[in-house]
Design a protein around this ligand. Structure first.
Ligand code: ZN
Length: 90
């Protein structure tokens, strides 16, 4: 059995001052706000997922996503913390 990491951190967008539940989703829907660049640490975490347990998917024919499932919740929590705003609930 696998569990999905839930990102419910929310916050305020620094570009438009509006509230968001998930920053990546806010940016993908906004006409005015733009994504920030990925950090080196995020690139490395993504690379680690792709050579490990992760796979690329496009759930519900939506935009491509890196999907990661694990029996070990602490592992998913650690990856979530590494990826920060890139993580979404699924
Ligand atoms: Zn914004």
């Amino acid at each position: 059995m696998s569990e999905w990491v839930v990102d419910a951190r929310g916050g305020i967008c620094h570009q438009c001052d509006s509230e968001y539940q998930r920053l990546a989703q806010h940016w993908s829907r906004s006409k005015h706000c733009s994504f920030r660049d990925l950090s080196d640490a995020q690139h490395e975490a993504i690379r680690g997922c792709l050579v490990g347990d992760g796979n690329l998917d496009n759930p519900n024919d939506g935009p491509p996503a890196l999907r990661l499932s694990s029996m070990r919740r602490p592992h998913l929590t650690w990856v979530r913390d590494q990826l920060g705003w890139l993580v979404r609930e699924d």
